[in-house]
Design a protein around this ligand. Structure first.
Ligand SMILES: C[S@@+](CC[C@H](N)C(=O)[O-])C[C@H]1O[C@@H](n2cnc3c(N)ncnc32)[C@H](O)[C@@H]1O
Length: 290
């Protein structure tokens, strides 16, 4: 397989394993080999390079198997069961979307909008591992945070992540806002969502490891953006915000549909300059008749 020997130091194992992964066209081969070895040795990066003993037989076997699974398109995060998102290490599992660093930008926008609000009510729709909801709850302990997802696997993982970080996020299973109690209508200060927004054509062109994530978590175009923009006026408090992630070509379309119902609409670009987030605010005053 990778040709590691029991006397090889972990740093040499990383080098040899990276060559193996590169040979199998795995992206970021060195980072991948490091991440897997750090996980199986239960250490950190500094610890990995400080070790000069060889791997024990069991670790070598587990590590070798993980390298093979990675070559067969399994994402590293499904092998280690973890992904860092902002300040939190989140559990991830096959069948649940792996949080992406781009989504941290949406959380930053959301936290800024929440700054003037005390004890806000926040709802994260399509929560996956709970990434957005948990990051907001972690930074804003005064918030009541609810999270929904149609996927049972996502609800299980998000609930476990809330316990892992001792955060009181209320995770509910169901379509969009349907699992919320009706008396939250008109009381939500912030609605967030990173909905499935890829098109089917983009999905077909994705690398194998992205297609290892659930199709329903990835593909949807702007369907859920439309549905959320229609639902938002019923659930938001006047002056409340809807903040969504978008694909980099969806800015003009989502901006236009937000502008039909919301004020202060803006498209926010990520650090690479690509449109990534759209936000809009329910007017403070209802539109005057006539
Ligand atoms: C792109 S993932 C985002 C997960 C998480 N918010 C994040 O950013 O890491 C989209 C999520 O929306 C969920 N989803 C899809 N359709 C939904 C719907 N109609 N109602 C609620 N959740 C939905 C999927 O199950 C998936 O977990």
């Amino acid at each position: 397989m990778t040709g590691t020997s029991p006397t090889m130091r972990p740093s040499d194992v990383v080098r040899r394993s990276a060559e193996f992964l590169r040979h199998h066209d795995v992206e970021s081969p060195r980072e991948t080999a490091e991440a897997l070895l750090i996980y199986f040795l239960g250490t950190d990066r500094a610890g990995l390079y400080a070790l000069d003993e060889g791997l024990d037989t069991r670790t070598a076997r587990l590590f070798g198997r993980a390298l093979c699974q990675r070559c067969h398109g399994i994402p590293v995060q499904y092998l280690t069961g973890e992904q860092q998102f902002m300040d939190l290490v989140l559990g991830v599992a096959p069948g649940v979307f792996i949080p992406r660093p781009e989504t941290e930008g949406l959380v930053e926008v959301a936290l800024e909008l929440l700054r003037p609000v005390t004890n806000p009510v926040v709802v994260d729709v399509g929560t996956g591992t709970g990434a957005i909801a948990l990051a907001i709850a972690h930074r804003r302990p005064d918030a009541r945070v609810l999270a929904t997802d149609v996927s049972e696997a996502a609800v299980t993982v998000a609930t476990a992540n809330a316990s892992r970080h001792d955060l009181a996020v209320e995770v509910r299973r169901g379509d969009l806002l349907e699992p919320l109690e009706p008396d939250l209508r008109g009381r939500v200060d912030l609605l967030t969502s990173n909905p499935p927004y890829l098109t089917r054509e983009v999905y077909e062109s994705l690398p194998e490891e992205v297609r290892a994530e659930p199709y329903e978590a990835l593909v949807g175009g702007t369907d859920l953006h439309h549905r959320l923009a229609s639902l938002a006026p019923e659930w938001l408090v006047p002056g409340g915000w809807l903040v969504v992630e978008i694909g980099d070509e969806q800015g003009p379309e989502v901006r236009a549909l937000f502008e039909e119902r919301l004020d202060e609409v803006a498209v926010v670009a990520d650090l690479a300059g690509r449109d990534r987030v759209v936000r809009g605010r329910l007017p403070l005053e209802p539109p005057s008749a006539g």
